[in-house]
Design a protein around this ligand. Structure first.
Ligand code: ADP
Ligand code: ZN
Ligand code: ZN
Length: 678
């Protein structure tokens, strides 16, 4: 029989452990706990260690005899308790993505609050002041912007999800700023989520300039630990009025939250790819519904999932669609898109004569050109033609990429680096050659073709730190570059006033990618990068080099026709049975040997019993496309179902059976719900 005690004696605590359990401790007599303390951090003994946990309950009884419960070591009162909606969000995340709730709760806290060092005092920020808008920066809204704002602010209180679809340069940011302003006026907080802060420093500075008196804090991995903790605490205490952050910021406790905005909502970096594998965009929608508040998802190229939700025929109008068809600056028109048939105009060293001619024209007019290629390095592989040797990573099923800047071969999957061999390691041939093209090689070609031009390469190698990236942007903005060569880093959210030409030199590779999301990503990238051209007074032009000039995807890009592309692609997905028409989960296994990984998945598949929901389909285990990474063999098993609830009911039961399996010590497995990479 369970002993009944003073209810405040037993403290139930969430800890960062893989098991879906909470743990009971004894509250110490000197520190009486009440329900007002739920959500405080506590320090507890755990095995040989001390751990920080979160107080989640004060139950009347424990399943363990009281004598076995260990006492709490400390209760931290430096930060106010985590609020109820934060618990609902983290618990929803845990159950939807099949992770232990304690793991979610602890892993989303800033590191400064997770460490078992006795609580540091969080230095308080300035007292809260009303946040006002800088009046002189206001522009006159376009009709479309005004209509979008009216629709959101006129819908009254309560949950509404909006998809703000606006072509590049249509002034989505201005819409966000006006909506934020209204929310601030009503005394509530805003959460503004962005994909990668390094790529969108302009947004940060625009928000800061509009709301200059300190209501804005940022939360992203570029911040130091102390600053991140401080900003997080400012959000929880209500001092911060606007939180601008990357995916993890979706978990920021905001007691007076009144609006959520997700900018570039299609961006895959909203999906966490390891640890707790969640989609910040989807959690943001849950959070808005739970908090009964509006959410705005913005993009020039929405994810097809969101688009389906927003189109009446598909999503039954779950989201309301707000459209900005025109560029905000009346003088800026959308760029003209031209397809260059590379079967006729054969590129030399990657560049067609049409593109070379167009660059030359820009140079003559002192305008900027951008050459877009989504492959960094000099060449994707080194090749010995006589014997067929290629530069392979010995740890991964992948090629080593040639980087000439530092004369190295690099694996882009595991980070392995080695010197470039002087001769073929297999046959001794001295004449090994670079095969294919990356940004470094295109840069070199451009330097030969245009020796007078100032050429700047922008990719993860040249802009690996926030500071390098800021310096490159600064150079571009002050007109210090004539030709930019870059990856999709350059595609996002930048206004380059003198940029009038964009050349996409090898888009075809993504056209026939094995991943069925390839076309969606390619379309988005081309639209985004094309959107950089002609943003101010100068008309822009885009050249697409392709062997498939009649491909419907390029035709849609040329018409700036997102809706047409989306309708065709969704029809294809419906026909083929892909999301959003089915719901997927992926079980992945990694082991030293492929046989072990596949055998585990086969066993897992067999553990789905015949009486399980027959609306859930389990496919055959297969090696992953990158079948080996960092010496680990990788395999996966896809599950899908036309019914999300059916899949959600199936997964926890099935995973419990898998948890009970004995597996080889080196085998690791995890499940991902709504996987992006399949
Ligand atoms: P998006 O985020 O949709 O790509 P931005 O918000 O960056 O577009 O706006 C593009 C440009 O148009 C920016 O330079 C911005 O200052 C300007 N802009 C936005 N709204 C207006 C407006 N109503 N009138 C004039 N210019 C505007
Ligand atoms: Zn590797
Ligand atoms: Zn050889």
């Amino acid at each position: 029989m369970a002993e009944t005690v003073d209810p405040a004696r037993i403290a139930r605590v969430a800890l960062d452990v893989p098991r879906p359990l909470f743990f009971d401790y004894l509250a110490v007599a000197s520190e009486a706990l009440t329900s007002a303390d739920l959500g405080l951090r506590v320090l507890v003994p755990f095995g040989q260690h001390r751990k920080v946990g979160i107080l989640v309950d004060l139950p009347a009884t424990s399943e363990l005899p009281l004598a076995q419960l260990k006492p709490l070591l400390a209760v931290f009162r430096d930060v106010r308790p985590l609020p109820g909606d934060w618990f609902r969000l983290t618990r929803f995340c845990a159950s939807y993505y099949q992770v232990a709730p304690g793991r979610v709760m602890l892993s989303v806290l800033p590191a400064g609050l997770r460490s078992p060092q006795i609580a540091r005092t969080i230095s308080p920020r300035r007292a809260r002041r009303p946040v006002l808008c800088a009046p002189d920066t206001q522009v006159e809204l376009t009709g479309e912007q005004a209509a979008a704002i009216l629709e959101v602010s006129g819908s009254g209180a309560g949950f509404h999800a909006y998809l703000l679809h606006g072509v590049t340069g249509s002034g989505k940011t201005e819409v966000y700023l006006r909506l934020i302003e209204r929310v601030l006026e009503t005394g509530r907080q805003t959460l503004l989520l962005v994909p990668e802060i390094n790529l969108t420093p302009q947004l940060e500075s625009r928000v800061a300039a509009r709301f200059p008196d300190g209501g804005l804090v940022c939360l992203h991995s570029g911040l130091g630990e102390a600053e991140r903790t401080r900003n997080w605490c400012a959000a929880l205490s209500g001092q911060a009025r606007i939180v601008l952050g990357t995916r993890l910021a979706v978990f920021t406790p905001l007691p007076e939250l009144g609006l959520i905005i997700v900018d570039e909502e299609h961006d895959t970096s909203f999906k966490q790819q390891d640890g707790v594998r969640y989609s910040a965009r989807d959690l943001a929608v849950y959070r808005a519904r739970d908090g009964n508040l509006p959410i705005v998802l913005g993009s020039a190229t929405p994810s097809l999932e969101s688009w389906a939700n927003a189109t009446a025929s598909e999503g039954h109008g779950r989201y309301r669609l707000l459209s900005l068809h025109q560029r905000a600056n009346a003088r800026a028109s959308l760029p003209r898109v031209r397809v260059v048939d590379t079967r006729q105009d054969k590129p030399r060293n990657g560049l067609s004569s049409a593109l070379l001619g167009a660059i030359e024209q820009r140079l003559a007019h002192s305008e900027q050109s951008l050459i877009f290629l989504n492959r960094r390095g000099y060449a994707p592989v080194l090749l010995c033609a006589p014997c067929g040797w290629t530069s392979r990573c010995h740890r991964c099923a992948a090629n080593l990429v040639l980087h000439v800047v530092d004369r190295r071969l690099r694996c882009h999957h595991c980070g392995y680096v080695t010197a470039v061999p002087k001769s073929c390691p297999d046959c001794g041939n001295q004449d090994i050659s670079a095969f294919g093209r990356g940004t470094q090689r295109i840069e070199a070609t451009l330097r030969e073709s245009f020796p007078e031009a100032r050429i700047l390469r922008v990719d993860r190698d040249s802009a690996s730190t926030r500071r390098q990236w800021a310096a490159l942007l600064e150079t571009i903005h002050r007109g210090g570059a004539d030709i930019l060569v870059g990856t999709q880093m350059l595609a996002k959210g930048h206004d380059f006033p003198k940029l009038t030409l964009v050349g996409a030199i090898a888009p075809d590779a993504a056209l026939f990618a094995a991943d069925w999301r390839g076309p969606e990503r390619l379309f988005a990238q081309l639209m985004q990068v094309a959107g950089r051209a002609g943003r101010a007074d100068l008309p822009g032009e885009v050249l697409l080099q392709t062997q498939f000039p009649d491909h419907p995807l390029y035709a849609a890009v040329a018409r700036h026709d997102y809706a047409g592309f989306a309708a065709a692609e969704l029809a294809e997905r419906r026909r083929a049975g892909f999301p959003p028409y089915v719901h997927q989960a992926m079980l992945r296994a990694e082991a030293v040997g492929m046989a072990d990984a596949l055998a585990f998945l086969a066993t897992a598949r067999a553990l789905a019993l015949a009486d399980d929901d027959d609306r859930v389909t389990l496919y055959d285990p297969v090696p992953m496309r990158l079948s080996r990474r960092a010496n680990r063999e990788r395999a996966q098993l896809l599950l899908d179902s036309p019914s999300r609830p059916a899949l959600q009911r199936f997964l926890p039961l099935w995973l419990r059976r898998l948890d009970a399996l004995k597996v080889p010590a080196t085998l690791r497995w995890h499940v991902e719900v709504d996987p992006l990479e399949v």
